[in-house]
Ligand binder design. Sequence first.
Ligand code: PRX
Length: 633
Amino acid sequence: MTLQIKSLKQYKKVYQESVDNPEQFWAEQAATFQWQKKWDKVLSWDFKKPDVKWFEGGKMNITENCLDRHLKDRADQTAILWEPNDPNAKTVKYSYQDLYEEVCRFGNALRAKGIKKGDRVCFYMPMVAELAIGVLACARIGAVHSVVFAGFSATALADRIKDASCKMVICSDYNARGAKNIPVKQVVDEAMLQGCTSVETVIVHKNTGGKVNWEPARDVWWSDAVYRRQKHCKPAAMSSEDMLFILYTSGSTGKPKGVVHTCGGYMVYTCFSFKNVFQYEKGDVYWCTADIGWITGHSYIVYGPLLAGATTMMFEGVPTYPDAGRFWQICEKHKVNQFYTAPTAIRALMAKGDEYVEKYDLSDLKVIGSVGEPINVEAWNWYNEKVGKGNAPIVDTWWQTETGGIMITPLPGITDTKPCYASYPMPGIQPILVDSQGVLVEGNDVEGLLCVKFPWPSMIRTTYGDHERCRQVYFSSFENMYFTGDGCRRDSEGRLRIIGRVDDVINVSGHRMGTAEVENAINEHPAVIESAVVGYPHDIKGQGIFAYIIAQEGTVGDAGFEKSIRDVVVKEIGPIAKPDKMLVVPGLPKTRSGKIMRRILRKIASGDASNLGDISTLLNPDVVAVIKEAAGV
Ligand code: PRX
């Protein structure tokens, strides 16, 4: 069984062992899983290339560990508890036996459609159980899944399908979200018209049952694809370092990149971190409200919980439908023991008033978690008092798409908690702070750039189709370190607090976005000459999107213009990237080498234009006063 730490003394001991002898530590953890063939070498690594290999020579299949392994002693236990959008519709339960059979059937269906080991399969689906089944079926036969969040536009979806040359797309007909019924298949149809020539088959799951267009040579209903398929499916023999999945995420520059995770190390780390961070015990009901379109859903709705034999809930809907009590109503209904959500959701629900949370019995909650963005003190206190009732420790978990699993977090009931502090590293994780020159920032009560100096099993291996980009973005800033892109503070007692991104990435409602990506979308507008996007503090979203726009002469920056800009962004990326505020300006502050001085724009966007620093070195210092005036600051 995977190690579950139970005391502070044990945490300290295990942490020290994991640093002193990492290979032995992770080999012991890995040995608790089912391997088709044991590994020859625990770890080899070179951050310069980067080239990181865990459990080399080992053969395994992650689904044997998520499913087959549990059939002996928990075949009838609920694996997935699916809660629909409609509060009056029935919850659906999949036992481990059911899930095993559904995954096998769909795995056989994929094979019958010509999907082979190594082929890429794209998912564009709402939070239905079939998404988890489909992802696991890919892993079963060794296909690589690439899940695209179903809020992205057809163009964004097409970009991701083309980047990974996906052979198949799996989608739903519609997505039931609150009072809306969103036409998902229609978005896939539109994406297909944008040069997705690698796609041979589109499998469509009937969710709400609305009308859809049909390409008979290409489209297949899910129910037809699985019809009469066997309920056993031979698991592919995967090497530890074979690709498990690709997940696209935004960076400072260019288009989103496909972060690649591999089988063996990801399996070991997601299970280990799940069991320890949530202190899951047999019989508990665990609920993570994330979407499987993001890494949190991959690691802590699907893989981590199922590897640990847990009951994991999937929720189709939104926190405010039919009202702002929905999360708490579901917690009461299913006696949820561990609840994991994002600060944005907490802030949004807090703003609706306490009566929604006070109505429900939340006494089964043992651990409550936060992820995706810094949590502010007010939200932390509200979460602690109103949801956890002071009895359920908050685990403020810091990690990233690239890290695969939770890196820095309190362990509930074991290490202490402090508002806004992700606190302490997980065993096996060696975070360090450096200054801009890469010099180690030691001691306590200090700030620096957050790096990790030693490999961990679930770390990024490459960016799909462009290894150099992976090296450049994560491993070139500082020698022999993985650079996270986050700033971090260490308090007087050694706890870590994540301050936020230090690069041109913004975090809007916990969604990570590259400012360049949003600018490129805005620049598609025919009346836009140039744009600059920055984040600014937003009460609910954490950060909002502020766009400075240089428009063609004669353009009026009125509501009609702003709407047309938002429409372009929705078409290019999706509604999550819509600017909250826009300002038409005559120019942008630039350095003599032509680089936009975002520092100045960020300050003005935050409403505080005092202390803009030295602007005399700008190419066009006069423009600053004009922008300030236009912004009214
Ligand atoms: O800036 C950090 C922030 O989210 C970034 C990673 O985003 P993404 O890859 O989308 O993964 C989100 C879910 C794991 C980080 O670089 N972030 C994540 N968790 C926290 C956080 N910032 C502060 N506190 C956290 N707990």
